[in-house]
Design a protein around this ligand. Sequence first.
Ligand code: CTP
Ligand code: MG
Length: 248
Amino acid sequence: MRYWLAIPAAGLGQRLGAALPKQYLQVAGRSLLEWALAPFVGDPRCEGIVVALAADDRWWPQVRERLSRPLVEATGGAERSDSVRRALEALAARTEGDPWVLVHDAARPCVRLEEVDALLEAAARHEGGALLALPLVDTLKRQEDDPSGAAAIVARTEPRAGLWRALTPQAFRLRPLLAALQAAAAQGRAPTDEAQAIEWAGLGRPRLVPGAATNVKVTTPADLALVGLLLAQPGALPGASSIPAARR
Ligand code: CTP
Ligand code: MG
């Protein structure tokens, strides 16, 4: 199954608080963005890459020059969903038909080829799309409303059964996903993943595909340390040996 890769990479990384946007931080010899791209640039099913970038991005040209894939560039927006929408608008203007699109965060550098394979297999069977996700494993505590805000107190334990954490990549057909994101934007709503936009628009029943716990999103300094460990040791990231290195 052939697909286009869409990468939202227009964020500022404010919660990480580094001197540059987190997707350009170097970890184990490459930027997080290059790690995030790695399984796709070596995948013959990937027809091309569309990337959403911040208007003042100074770092992308160095990454771009090492990529041999067809590339479409778009300027990102205020929210992640705006960046994905703009990337897909740029792709839709340049592409015939209704290709599959895999949307993948630049901040997820540890995705495995096996996860991509599982996602594509599910998408091939479900026109409504599919996403990588992980069943929750921790016990869930609801915090009590504390007027003083001084301390977090347990109100109760929430049932965990049937709850998943949504990861990326997420696979949808270009035109319905773009229509769903445009509808959300027109309503002033910002879905936090592609599946939510599809759910809101009633345009499909996305399938949950079990991903790997190593598919970490870098949000905080602790996440950065974790992915540094995973990426520095090939054996620590199951299946990483099958991921071709990004062209340097
Ligand atoms: N993203 C984007 N456009 C935005 C916001 C986010 O393209 N307006 C991208 C980020 O670059 C990242 C992905 O969406 O690859 C996930 O977002 P997140 O982890 O929230 O990254 P940031 O927004 O950069 O981080 P923060 O929220 O801490 O500022
Ligand atoms: Mg953000």
